[in-house]
Design a protein around this ligand. Structure first.
Ligand code: ADP
Ligand code: ZN
Ligand code: ZN
Length: 799
């Protein structure tokens, strides 16, 4: 008899220890490592999902008292969903990512496989008439879950031979994303009699007759009001259809042009350096290339060479950069060889793309953070664009950094690991200095006619008191006016959202705060609500002070909506697009706004930091940063680095083609070094300056850090527990390590939980892994049940 080592997924009783289960005789020889199973667990023999990580014969030494073993109840997959490399990867990652192995393994699977679904079976042409008659008995399809074990085993065998096709169907219909479409019924429409006075109904009728095609309900909803549309639906002139959203297909249907460019000397040198290394063991490479230096073309041509050698490639970009611009260039060049993995796709679509990769039908994976786990085989190159982006680190369990995963996969596959950025993270740049990474540079803009834009810093303090409500200095307004007059485009960045960031009482100074979190509520004029950006709490706008009942309530701060209103008053003739969390909440709206701006349908693009990256619009000649300071004031040792990166990135949006670009930065801190170096767009000098500070303060990259956060509803309890953790750490770690804390997090309470953090700083610490795993085990003790603990290796955010 065979015995399977199964790692189980029990939310409240996590462990890395696999359990042994007997393999039912029918599945012997069929069950493989990497398949999912249902097994009975605990005293109640509740059925839970598990993953097979090993298979042994019962008499082997791996298996002890076998007679007590329970049997696997159901096999969930016909072929493994995790391959050997992924299982190896989970073992490696477990050394630096302090969450249980099952959490890491689950992160490698598309979300769809973690939800409930049924397998539907269809005969294929390969199935003989005899087999079909015996199994299907005249039916066109069968449900896998209806079959007994013998039949299931038989089906698995046939499916592995391709004689049966499987389709997954979500049991939870809510998982499938649909959108509403309207189809005009032209015959009914033509007959529709409308009273003369019904101008709006007439307008809709004309509109539908003018373009008699199917319409997305949300699009029509923007042009006409609900009652008007409903009238047409009631009359049968508009037919309503719910359709499954299929955005992946839409990407591939368009016919993009992505012409191969003649490389300039710098680019050619870099590509040549890289190509030599394909298939060779090599160090990771850092490519530091100024904005607009043509890094993307380097990536594309490297991938081309990788494919020529029969290998595959992963291209990671930050989620926010997955705009049509980037996607188009890859699909334009490589067509259906590309699999796209990003959050804009539904679970079903992600699963389809994942299957394309798994079956070897796609050779290039383009995606955000989690795409690093794509089951691609024989990888020749892994590229991480904008490698400094904090979004490559997952900020919930498992807290992995895509760069660390990439390092492991590059090692396993002997693949090139290329990290690209105009403003590399200090960690990566320092590794390049110490020759841990190889170092490559692109110092010029790729388009020979483009120049690095000129950056000017405007001191907001010079205008203080002159125009209280304005987000704009006169110098910036003048520049906007001049740019619009030339028929060119403007990009404006404001590092905030909402109408006013908070509401304060003028009498007593009370700021309206969230009842669950220690932060002020944000005023949203569009929805007329006060919202908490942490827990989602929402309420109406107060008319009187919640503290002293005074009516002198004032709206403070600025936001994109307010800046938008000011702009539209100042430039009534200009068409302005606003892009922030509120206007891009709907899937695809981010892309829509950008491509509309790219087509020149608006003069000004006003947005939060999401506009800073990856945009390449030749007609943008002015970039304005309305307030450069917000990020500087955050209690985080990376705030200067983040500010420098953001300003350099956004400045890089100007003057990318023939027309010269101008960048204006408004700030209250014109002498801050992050702003001065950003003005000169001088990464290397910023790097040297910031490194000296990090060294002085013993921060990364001179020291390694681990952050532990404990959370609980009661502050006394969490503080007491934090000291217990301190004791465990002290007992198990050396004298050299610095153990700081426990201190309340900068935002001390969210979701009704108090958060305390402990920070470890060290250069070398042999016992660290063991000690941290010890803390993790400690949380499983009964008395710590309600306590939440997260262990974050190299935390990217301290807020
Ligand atoms: P980066 O990613 O380094 O900011 P991009 O790859 O977006 O830069 O390139 C900037 C612009 O330069 C793009 O419009 C691109 O088409 C153009 N470009 C890139 N390489 C070349 C080249 N060799 N010759 C001419 N134009 C180029
Ligand atoms: Zn809240
Ligand atoms: Zn008050």
């Amino acid at each position: 008899m065979q015995v399977a080592q199964v790692i189980v997924d029990v939310p409240l009783m996590q462990t890395d220890k696999p359990y042994s289960y007997l393999v039912p005789s029918q599945f012997e020889g069929l069950l493989e490592v990497g398949m999912r199973v249902h097994v009975p667990f605990g005293q109640g023999n509740r059925l839970i999902q598990g993953l097979v990580l090993g298979l042994f014969n019962q008499d082997s030494q791996h298996v002890a008292e076998t007679e007590e073993l329970k049997e696997i109840v159901e096999v969930l997959d016909v072929s493994p969903v995790l391959n050997q490399e992924q299982i190896w990867l989970a073992d490696q990652l477990r050394k630096t990512v302090f969450s249980y192995k099952i959490t890491i393994l689950k992160a490698m699977l598309p979300g769809f496989l973690n939800s409930s679904y049924d397998k539907i079976l269809y005969p294929t042409d390969l199935l003989t008439a005899e087999e079909e008659a015996q199994l299907f008995a005249g039916r066109q399809k069968m449900h896998f879950s209806d079959l007994d074990k013998d039949r299931q085993a038989q089906i698995m065998r046939l499916a592995q031979k391709g004689k049966i096709r499987l389709e997954y169907q979500a049991l939870d219909k809510k998982k499938i994303k649909t959108e509403k479409w309207y189809r005009p019924d032209l015959a009914v429409l033509a007959q529709l009699e409308l009273p003369k006075a019904a101008k709006k109904k007439q307008a809709l009728k004309d509109y539908l007759l003018a373009q008699p095609q199917e319409l997305l309900a949300s699009d029509l909803g923007q042009e006409f009001s609900r009652p008007i549309i409903n009238y047409f639906i009631e009359q049968g002139a508009l037919l309503v259809e719910e359709r499954e959203v299929n955005r992946a297909a839409a990407y591939f249907e368009k016919n993009y042009q992505s012409k191969r460019l003649e490389l300039n000397e710098e680019q050619a040198f870099v590509v040549q350096q890289l190509v030599q290394k394909i298939g060779q063991p090599s160090k990771p490479l850092l490519l530091e290339g100024v904005t607009g230096s043509g890094k993307t073309e380097v990536y594309l041509q490297l991938i081309e060479e990788v494919l020529k050698r029969g290998k595959t490639a992963i291209m990671l970009v930050p989620e926010i950069s997955l705009t049509p611009q980037v996607t188009e260039r890859f699909i334009g060049r490589f067509g259906k060889q590309v699999a796209l993995l990003h959050s804009g796709l539904s679970d079903g679509e992600k699963y389809d793309e994942w299957r394309k990769v798994e079956r070897g039908q796609a050779q290039i994976v383009v995606g955000a953070r989690s795409a690093i786990f794509a089951p691609l085989k024989n990888i020749g190159a892994i590229i991480i664009d904008e490698e400094h982006e904090a979004s490559y680190k997952q900020d919930s369990n498992p807290r992995y950094h895509a760069r660390e995963v990439a390092l492991l996969r590059a090692q396993y596959n002997q693949a090139i690991l290329l990290l690209g950025s105009a403003t590399p993270s200090l960690e990566s740049r320092a590794r390049a200095s110490r020759a841990v990474y190889d170092f490559l540079q692109l110092k010029k803009r790729a388009n020979p006619l483009a120049q690095i834009p000129q950056v000017e810093v405007l001191d907001f303090r010079d205008y203080l008191g002159q125009n209280e409500t304005s987000n704009f200095t006169p110098a910036l307004l003048e520049a906007i006016e001049a740019t619009l007059a030339r028929g060119e485009q403007v990009v404006l960045m404001l590092n905030r959202r909402g109408y006013s960031s908070f509401v304060m009482c003028r009498e007593c100074g009370t700021v309206d705060t969230c009842p669950n979190c220690d932060i002020s509520l944000t005023l949203h004029m569009d929805s007329k609500t006060m919202n908490c950006h942490y827990c989602g709490f929402s309420k109406g706008i107060p008319r009187v002070c919640p503290n002293c009942s005074s009516t002198s309530i004032r709206y403070y701060g600025t936001g994109t909506q307010k800046a938008y209103d000011e702009l539209s008053q100042l430039f009534p003739q200009a068409k302005i697009l606003r892009m922030d969390v509120d206007t891009t909440r709907k899937k695809g709206s981010h892309e829509k706004l950008l491509s509309s701006f790219g087509r020149g349908e608006a003069h000004i693009l006003l947005g939060t930091q999401m506009i800073a990256k990856g945009l390449d619009f030749p007609n943008v000649t002015l970039v304005g940063v309305l307030n450069a300071d917000i990020a500087l004031n955050l209690p985080d040792f990376r705030s200067s680095e983040r500010t420098f990166q953001l300003l350099t990135q956004v400045a890089g949006r100007a003057g990318r083609a023939e027309k010269a670009g101008r960048v204006l930065i408004q700030t209250y801190n014109p002498n801050h070094y992050a702003i001065r170096f950003a003005k000169d767009q001088d990464y290397e000098s910023f790097y040297a300056y910031e490194m000296a500070i990090r060294k002085q303060l013993s921060y990364p990259p001179y020291y390694f850090t681990v952050g532990l956060t404990l959370s609980h509803q009661e502050e006394d309890f969490v503080l007491k527990k934090a000291y217990e953790v301190m004791d465990i750490l002290r007992a198990n770690l050396s004298e050299q390590i610095q153990i700081l804390g426990p201190t309340p997090k900068p935002i001390a309470r969210t979701h009704n939980l108090y958060h305390y953090q402990i920070l470890l700083k060290y250069r070398q610490e042999a016992g660290l892994e063991l000690a941290l795993n010890g803390v993790l085990e400690w949380t499983q003790a009964r008395e710590n049940k309600d306590l939440r603990l997260s262990i974050d290796n190299e935390p990217q955010s301290f807020i």
